[in-house]
Structure formats: C-alpha cells, structure tokens
Ligand binder design. Structure first.
Ligand SMILES: [Zn+2]
Length: 306
C-alpha cells in the first residue's frame, strides 16, 4: 500500500513538472503578486471611507484609482494605507479599484479588485430660507462655489499634518441636519447636503477637527464665512456660516483650537454650524469619519472601525 502511494506520488510530481512549463507559457498567468492587499471592510457605503492596506517588501509607492479619482496611499513601516472614498452620488454597484504598486527595483504591478458600494441610507428634509436668499437657489452659484473649493480639495498633501489622535467633531452641540440628505428648499429646489449641521447660538466657538493648515477663510455665497483646513493625506475639513474668523490662511492649527465663532450668514435658515469633510476629492460623511478610528503611525493606541 505504502509502496503504491509512493509510485502514485512520483507520477503526480512528474506530471506536474511536465505541465508547469506548458501552463506558464500557454496560460495568461502572471507571476504571483509581491503584495498582499487587505481591506478593513466588506463594502463601502455611499459617502463613506474604507481603509485598504497593501503590504510587501520593497514597495515604495501605492496609488489606487477608484471611481475615476486617484487615491494616494501613505506609508506606515511596510504597510501602505489608503482611504478609499465612495462618492455619495455613486450607484449601488461594484466598482473596480485599480491598485498601482511601485517597487524599489523600478518594477511595477497592477492589482484589480472589485469594491462593492452600498446605500448610504440618506434621508430627506424640507428647508425654508428667507426670500432674500432665494437667488442662492441656483445651480450656477453652486457650481462656481464647488469649482473654487475643489480646486483645493483635489490636491493631495503627502504629509500627515495631525498628531497622534484621530479626528474630533468641531462642536459637541446637537446635530440638526445630516450628511447626504436630499433637501428640498422652499418647496422648489433639490440639493444634497454635503456636511452636518449643528444648532449653535451665534458666537459659539468652533474647534479644529485635527491639526492642519488653514487653506482659506473666505466669504462664500452659500457657505457664508468659511474656513477650510488641510489635514494632509487628502483630508480636508470645512466650517461654514461663521460670524467671526479667528485664523488666517497659511496658519497652522492644533486639534481643538478655536478657529472661529458660529453665525448664520450665507444660505442659512438659522444660526448653525455646517461642517463638512472631503477625502480624495469627494464629500464624505464627517460623523462616520470621526467615529472611524484608525491607527496612526506615532500612535500606540489600537482602535477599530465601527
Ligand atoms: Zn449644512
């Protein structure tokens, strides 16, 4: 019995040896990947972020193309980490993530993987603004403001500007409006909500969500007095409708610093703070981003995604 198994084993080895050279030349089989890809999620909801890890020896750079946007990965030792952002307007469908990996020896590799995007389960609400603000219910006004903002939001700063801690909400006050909501203004004009609204009396301090660099403080048509902070790694936070700016462009801020006071200018139905975040050039749900905890390079604290 033992003898026979040995012969069978030998035959299998011989067949394998004979077949291998043929199979590698005939089949369109590439060499095994030098990188290991791991996702921290099974799917990404519309308007949310999923974390992708790429690990392997001698990797010097990783980029992903997902939903036609480039996502740059940052390095943590041997691990390259990417924050994959699903557009809130994207269809519920699988999307191809193309990973482009560059190695120290000058070679490169592309790995494709399907990423499922699921519903963001967005609500709807009615908003009534004063007649004086009705001219702001205009797609051209929206487009001009978006062009101004995305000129900055599409830029990727490779440095990580914040320190050990993850992002915090800019206010502990109660939210009154949620990300992604389908909003009907004055019973006529539909608009998606790009951030979260918090009811705040005029003059209430607004905190920076994380360390970063102030990119602009500007009076905008819809957002009113608006501050935009670059946190590095393609992550930005914005704070709208302020009564007073307390920072200037180019200034470095620390997490929790008071960057301004809340107000009600711009296209606002009442005193509140609208805060929003962009990752890899698309608006994402800032509340789920704050809840999502990630290990950062200098941090020993291990935290998990919800
Ligand atoms: Zn808002």
């Amino acid at each position: 019995m033992k003898h026979r198994l040995t012969i069978t084993g030998l035959i299998i080895i011989l067949i394998t040896l004979l077949l291998v050279p043929f199979s590698t030349t005939t089949a369109q089989q590439t060499t095994p990947s030098r990188a290991i890809v791991r996702t921290d999620f099974q799917f990404i909801r519309q308007g949310r972020v999923g974390v992708v890890h790429v690990t392997g020896a001698d990797i010097i750079e990783v980029r992903a193309v997902f939903q036609e946007r480039v996502h740059y990965f940052y390095q943590e030792g041997n691990d390259f980490v990417g924050l994959l952002a699903a557009d809130m307007e994207s269809d519920i469908a699988p999307y191809e993530m193309q990973l482009w990996i560059k190695y120290a020896d000058g070679t490169g590799e592309r790995i494709d993987q399907d990423i499922q995007v699921e519903s963001g389960e967005f609500g709807r609400s009615d908003v009534t603004i004063s007649q004086r603000l009705v001219p702001l219910l205009d797609q051209k006004v929206e487009d001009a403001e978006m062009a101004r903002l995305f000129n900055i939001l599409n830029r990727f700063t490779p440095e990580r500007y914040w320190a050990n801690s993850w992002f915090i909400a800019p206010s502990t006050d109660e939210p009154i409006g949620w990300f992604g909501t389908y909003r009907l203004f004055n019973e006529t004009y539909w608009k998606r909500h790009t951030g979260v609204d918090v009811r705040m009396a005029i003059g209430t301090p607004i905190m920076a969500m994380a360390d970063g660099r102030v990119m602009l403080t500007e009076m905008m048509d819809i957002r009113g007095n608006y501050t935009l902070i670059d946190h590095g790694w393609g992550i930005y936070s914005g704070y709208a409708h302020q009564s007073e700016f307390l920072v200037v462009p180019g200034q470095w801020v620390r997490q929790g610093d008071v960057i301004g006071l809340s107000g009600l200018n711009g296209r606002s139905a009442g005193a509140h703070l609208h805060w929003e975040m962009s990752v890899a050039g698309t608006w994402i749900d800032p509340e789920t981003f704050v809840e999502m905890k990630l290990v950062t390079p200098d941090s020993t604290e291990i935290v998990e995604q919800p």
